[in-house]
Design a protein around this ligand. Structure first.
Ligand SMILES: CC(C)(COP(=O)(O)OP(=O)(O)OC[C@H]1O[C@@H](n2cnc3c(N)ncnc32)[C@H](O)[C@@H]1OP(=O)(O)O)[C@@H](O)C(=O)NCCC(=O)NCCS
Length: 149
């Protein structure tokens, strides 16, 4: 069954916090950060819902439409990976903001995420050396509206 992608509501928060901790053991966001993500007016939290939570994505959507949207987080339950849920979440996230440039930052060694982003037309625009704990570089990627259909 393909999950439904929808905007998260307050009732989704505990499951999102738990899945974030499972997906990002070294840099999960705190309860306080998640409380912010669920309430700030410039944030959009999407969930992949198949009865249980299968994945989520968080966007920062500045009110000024000339400013780029930031994809802050996307993750899929390890038990459900490589079944198209990441693609579904990203499709929904981008479809909600078709005329905006989208930026994101990803660890240089995160091959799964980089492959997903490239498949959606994101391109590397810069790097930050030694950005992550452990010395890994951050890759900044951008998807411009004019770069794709
Ligand atoms: C990145 C992530 C969200 C992808 O989610 P997913 O549901 O497994 O991805 P999908 O099944 O939709 O894959 C879509 C495409 O992405 C690419 N991809 C996904 N996982 C991949 C992997 N492990 N290796 C290579 N390419 C991969 C492929 O192009 C894939 O298409 P294909 O299956 O037809 O080849 C998932 O691996 C994840 O949650 N990782 C941990 C969290 C994370 O690092 N998030 C990104 C930083 S915020």
């Amino acid at each position: 069954m393909r999950p439904a992608i929808r905007l998260a509501g307050p009732a989704d928060r505990p499951a999102v916090v738990a899945l974030d901790a499972a997906c990002f053991p070294k840099d999960a966001w705190s309860e306080t950060s998640w409380a912010d993500e669920f309430t700030r007016p410039d944030r959009r939290v999407l969930v992949a819902d198949e009865g249980a939570l299968a994945g989520y994505a968080v966007l920062l959507v500045p009110p000024a439409t000339d400013d780029p949207v930031d994809l802050l987080r996307i993750a899929v339950d390890p038990a459900h990976r490589r079944t198209g849920i990441g693609r579904q979440l990203l499709t929904a996230a981008l479809a909600a903001h078709p005329d905006r440039t989208v930026l994101l930052e990803v660890a240089a060694g995160n091959e799964a995420a980089i492959a997903l982003y490239r498949a959606f037309g994101f391109e590397e625009i810069s790097r930050r050396s030694n950005y992550y704990a452990g010395g890994e570089d951050a890759v900044i990627m951008r998807r411009q509206e004019k770069d794709h259909d």
